[in-house]
Design a protein. Structure first.
Length: 154
């Protein structure tokens, strides 16, 4: 009986050591992830003033922000066009074609955004007029803060 009791005690001790080690690892994980950033309020970046939006031509600009991707902090730069809608409110469009992500440029002679990669065309409101793009230009969330036009960082 002594040998059987010794083996039972050894198996119990090894099992206890494994359970204790897993408990320590779990505790370390909880402690480490408690420092992860919690989603905070939406951040806004100023991109232009209302005075910059003169005439019917879109205003080309860009903005940058820092974003945490896992453990890596990266600086993201977005290229945008700011236009006005039918009521005169600013609308912020991405400068990337929705087909394959090529840059679009405004052509004042035609009054259209043009994608040089595959011939996509968009009107001043960002709607597709011709070419392969599956949808209009992406519209970014924006707001007016005083005399500034701000866009949500995303």
């Amino acid at each position: 009986m002594l040998r059987r009791q010794l083996l039972t005690a050894a198996v119990a001790a090894i099992g206890g050591a494994i359970a204790g080690g897993l408990g320590l690892l779990g505790g370390a994980f909880v402690k480490a992830t408690a420092r992860w950033p919690v989603r905070s309020a939406k951040k806004w970046a100023a991109i232009c003033t209302l005075a910059d939006l003169k005439g019917d031509a879109p205003f080309a600009t860009s903005f940058s922000f820092r974003r945490l991707e896992g453990w890596y902090v990266e600086t993201v730069t977005r290229q945008v066009y700011v236009t006005r809608d039918g009521d005169g409110r600013p609308v912020v469009h991405s400068r990337r074609c929705t087909h394959l992500g090529c840059p679009v440029t405004w052509r004042a002679t035609t009054g259209l955004f043009h994608c040089a990669c595959h011939g996509g065309m968009f009107d001043a409101q960002g709607r597709v007029t011709e070419g392969p793009p599956p949808r209009g230009l992406d519209v970014l969330e924006s707001r007016i803060a005083g005399e500034m036009v701000e866009v949500a960082e995303a």
